[in-house]
Write a protein that binds this ligand. Structure first.
Ligand code: HEC
Length: 129
């Protein structure tokens, strides 16, 4: 029984290391959906595959900007189809306090340049309805 517990503890440790790797801020390539939710028995190798995808991060915007950034409302501009350069500029300006904002400064503060790029790549490919 003791051996069994030790084995479980080891698996848990390996899994925890895998999760840490998944959070590593590496932005060389988009994450594949398959990289999410891999069982503990197969820990993720740390690296580009484990980065959060633009699509995943974009879900946090849906509450205000609509699902897939498609909300058509004056206060919450639609993000769907926004040109990449415009999106990146807006997010960096919000984050760096260069563009006045009621809410977006707080939202943008949490994102690195690489994460903003990943979301820009996601939103530019969403067709506005
Ligand atoms: C709590 C509500 C809220 C959330 C969540 C939110 N936004 Fe916004 N967003 C706003 C508001 C309000 C504005 C208008 C500027 C302002 O007053 O902050 C805005 C403006 C923007 C703009 C500028 C649009 C334009 O036409 O120039 C971009 C880009 C943007 N948001 C991206 C995002 C992204 C990306 C996320 C998710 C990571 C997000 N927002 C999450 C409320 C929100």
């Amino acid at each position: 029984m003791r051996l069994h517990h030790l084995t479980l503890a080891l698996i848990g440790l390996v899994f925890a290391i895998g999760l840490l790797g998944a959070n590593a801020p590496v932005f060389a390539a988009p994450a594949t959906p398959a990289a999410v939710g891999t069982p503990a028995a197969a820990p993720l190798p740390p690296g580009p595959k484990a980065q959060p995808s633009g699509a995943a991060m974009a879900q946090t915007c849906a509450g205000c900007h609509g699902t897939d950034g498609r909300l058509q409302a004056a206060a919450f501009m639609p993000l769907a189809g926004m040109p990449k350069a415009q999106f990146v500029q807006a997010m960096r300006d919000f984050r760096d306090g260069k563009r006045p904002a009621t809410l977006m400064r707080h939202v943008a503060e949490g994102f690195s340049d690489g994460e903003i790029d990943a979301m820009a790549n996601y939103f530019v490919n969403v067709k506005p309805e």
